[in-house]
Design a protein around this ligand. Structure first.
Ligand code: ADP
Ligand code: MG
Length: 684
């Protein structure tokens, strides 16, 4: 719970505040004082009567009532302090900077649990432990440096790691980003990333609140909550960029030893972010670049003009933008010629617009005006550095003013971080946001513009839920029997091939004749039939059928055979895997032997919307093969889409499904038919 005392406390006590500003207690107090916190400040320090000029209480019991407490004392002393603050001092917000809790030991975890219990039962916000603190519009409750500029329109930063927040802030300040609030949630004993996001969502005022939210997440404990609030924020007009660290196996281990958090399966994270419209980033540089680009109004279309006085960076930016589907349209015609006439000889306006190393602020003004009024582009980037001959204040002033007045976004790349350090500082001092690297900016712009639309559609094709429940409820954990799998596919409206079970030679002959040659024979029992020689294709007469029956009968674990018609078509695959709190990941790809060999699989989180299923199919590398290529008949895309969504609907009706795959389905232009399926259930 986030109380008003956490956001806007009228009084703050630093428990463990000291004169030594190299210690967290001393540094926090110094930050509060230096940032002109307007409320009352107290200190608890058993050794002093004043600390940094602030009255200090030697005994916490002597404190007056206080809204918010920041604890910088050893872990083992925190419980007693929290009890006193919550029960006797009307304190409604506790921030524990100290480490030595869940991330450290069992005893630490127990202490942390007890502290959270007190806070929960007294309606007190608890941030941390093991964090760097909180910055709001009202106070700077952190021990770290640097302190960013605080501004209601600045970004919101929510981080699961304290140290990382420092580095993110440093990287962000280099671009001139301001912040409206910063939450370092540490061990999340009570308030986690999801709760801070919920608070941001519930207090979001479109047009007034910070439009950009940056997340650094090590563990997602409540994916549903994260998705709900991220989705709602995005609906209201906010944009969210997030790092989810620990996507590699080694990374996952690092995360668990770090904050005691368990890493979530990465594909599910990816799917959740896509569904919600969160832009996923993989480094601090990328996170701050994307967030800084998000601070600019979004381009109305996909055409960008690149303006520069240096050819190379413009070429590199063209490469990254155009290879990500952003257009750098050729500019020509009367208006272009008119502009060219105002530039030095040798300039080019074709796009990139190059006005040479000697280009002036006045010329840049003409170029920007032409891009805004005359040329068919939706945004401009300007790459303008300083070779060291003179200062570029006039150019950066012009860029700043044009950014304010232009209806199209203008992204400035100011690459001379040494030569033009002072000019960049002056540009940022006024509130300008700039980028040191043209390629990093280009890929950030592309990432923002290519992000998927958030998915709100939760409707799925109708399935026979009652029958599905009956089958699941009457089944044991593990792989389901062939008949049950068949019944579940039928209940879900997924076409499957006709098949007959046979346990004697006579039954097999009867089945084959009834189905009609050529047929397929499959062993019943082993899970991976081909691996044990348990699939025989294209059987065309009684002799082969009988020989094959005898052979399969001897396979270890054989419990009879299945006879199916021999079908033709392109092999595709649809599967599902339960990812705990994320629900089911639904997968699809090219089927048969290709699934494992090519790993060309796409995924979405259930419930899979029609748009998502379409995107899943379209994003496969093998899409050309599935669509049909060079005279080969393709798979019916509408039906493929529907099978994906029917598997999703089956999983929604049967959360007990731990994993399932239908592999292959044989598809052509008219039909898609499942010929093999496995379903494993795991009831809690
Ligand atoms: P498993 O996956 O257990 O090895 P399958 O039933 O998927 O067994 O069969 C293996 C392969 O045989 C399939 O990938 C497909 O290529 C082919 N196959 C299986 N059933 C049929 C069928 N009825 N018609 C045509 N080909 C089939
Ligand atoms: Mg198979």
């Amino acid at each position: 719970m986030i109380t008003k005392q956490l956001i806007a406390p009228k009084s703050i006590v630093v428990v463990g505040g000291s004169d030594d500003t190299h210690k967290p207690g001393g540094a926090t107090l110094k930050n509060l004082i230096n940032t002109n916190y307007a409320g009352e400040i107290y200190v608890v320090n058993p050794k002093c009567d004043t600390v940094q000029g602030v009255p200090s209480y030697r005994d916490i019991n002597d404190l007056p009532s206080v809204d918010c407490a920041i604890l910088a004392i050893p872990a083992k002393m925190c419980l007693q302090a929290v009890e006193t603050l919550c029960n006797k001092k009307a304190c409604k917000a506790i921030i524990i900077l100290s480490a030595g809790f869940k991330e450290d030991s069992k005893e630490g975890a127990e202490l942390e649990r007890k502290i959270a219990e007190i806070c929960n039962s007294t309606g007190t916000s608890l941030i941390g432990p093991n964090c760097v603190g909180v910055i709001t519009q009202n106070y700077t409750g952190v021990f770290i440096q640097p302190i960013p500029k605080i501004n209601p329109k600045g970004a919101t930063l929510i981080s699961g790691s304290g140290a990382t927040i420092v580095f993110i802030l440093e990287a962000a300040m280099q671009l001139g980003l301001h912040f409206s609030q910063v939450f370092s949630v540490g061990n999340c004993a009570q308030i986690g990333v999801e709760d801070a996001l919920q608070y941001t969502d519930e207090n979001y005022v479109p047009g007034e609140s910070s439009p950009v939210i940056m997340l650094y997440i090590e563990s997602i404990s409540d994916p549903e909550k994260l998705a709900r609030h991220a989705g709602s924020l995005i609906q209201k007009g906010a944009r969210i960029a997030a790092i989810k660290a620990g996507y590699s196996e080694a990374g996952s281990r690092a995360a668990s030893s770090h904050t005691g958090a368990l890493a979530s399966p990465d594909k599910a994270v990816d799917a959740l972010f896509r569904k919600t419209g969160i832009v996923r980033c993989y480094s601090r540089t990328e996170l701050v670049t994307v967030a800084a680009a998000m601070m600019y109004p979004e381009p109305k279309g996909r055409k960008i003009a690149i303006i520069t006085h240096a050819g190379g960076p413009a070429v590199m930016q063209t490469d990254v933008l155009s290879s990500n589907g952003i257009e750098i349209p050729h500019i020509s015609g009367g208006k272009a010629d008119e502009l060219l006439g105002k530039l030095y000889l040798g300039s080019s306006v074709a796009n990139p617009i190059d006005f040479l190393a000697t280009g002036t602020a006045e010329q840049l003004g003409y170029i920007l005006d032409a891009c805004e009024n005359d040329f068919d582009v939706d945004a401009m980037t300007i790459i303008f550095g300083n070779p060291g001959l003179s200062t570029v204040y006039d150019v950066y002033d012009l860029i700043y003013n044009k950014i304010q007045s232009s209806k199209k976004p203008i992204y400035p790349v100011l690459p001379s971080i040494v030569n033009a350090r002072d000019e960049i500082a002056a540009f940022q001092e006024k509130g300008g946001i700039s980028f040191p690297d043209e390629v990093a900016l280009g890929s950030a712009i592309a990432k923002i513009m290519n992000r998927p639309e958030p998915i709100t559609d939760r409707t799925l094709p109708p399935v026979d839920k009652k029958l599905i429940r009956e089958i699941i409820d009457s089944s044991e954990n593990g792989y389901l029997a062939t008949e049950k799998v068949a019944a579940l596919l039928d209940a879900s409206g997924i076409n499957r091939t006709r098949e007959m079970k046979a346990s004697t030679q006579e039954d097999a002959l009867k089945a084959a004749r009834e189905i009609g040659y050529p047929v397929v024979m499959k062993v019943i029992g082993p899970v991976h039939k081909s691996d044990v020689g348990g699939v025989s294709l294209n059987i065309s007469d009684d002799n082969v059928l009988l020989t094959e029956f005898d052979r399969m009968d001897k396979i270890s674990g054989a419990k009879g055979v299945l006879i199916q018609p021999m079908l033709t078509g392109t092999e595709i695959f649809v599967g599902a895997k339960r990812e705990n709190k994320f629900g089911h990941l639904i997968l699809c790809g090219l089927g048969g032997i290709y699934v494992e060999a090519l790993k060309d699989i796409s995924h979405s989180l259930s419930p899979v919307s029609r748009t998502e299923a379409d995107e899943m199919i379209r994003s496969l590398k093998s899409i050309k093969l599935i669509e049909g290529t060079r005279g080969k008949e393709g798979v019916n895309m509408v039906m493929f889409n529907e099978v994906i969504r029917r598997v999703s609907a089956l999983c929604e009706a049967a959360p007990e499904i731990f994993e399932m795959d239908i592999n292959p389905l044989l598809g052509n232009a008219r039909n898609i038919i499942a010929v093999d399926a496995r379903i494993r259930i795991e009831k809690d």
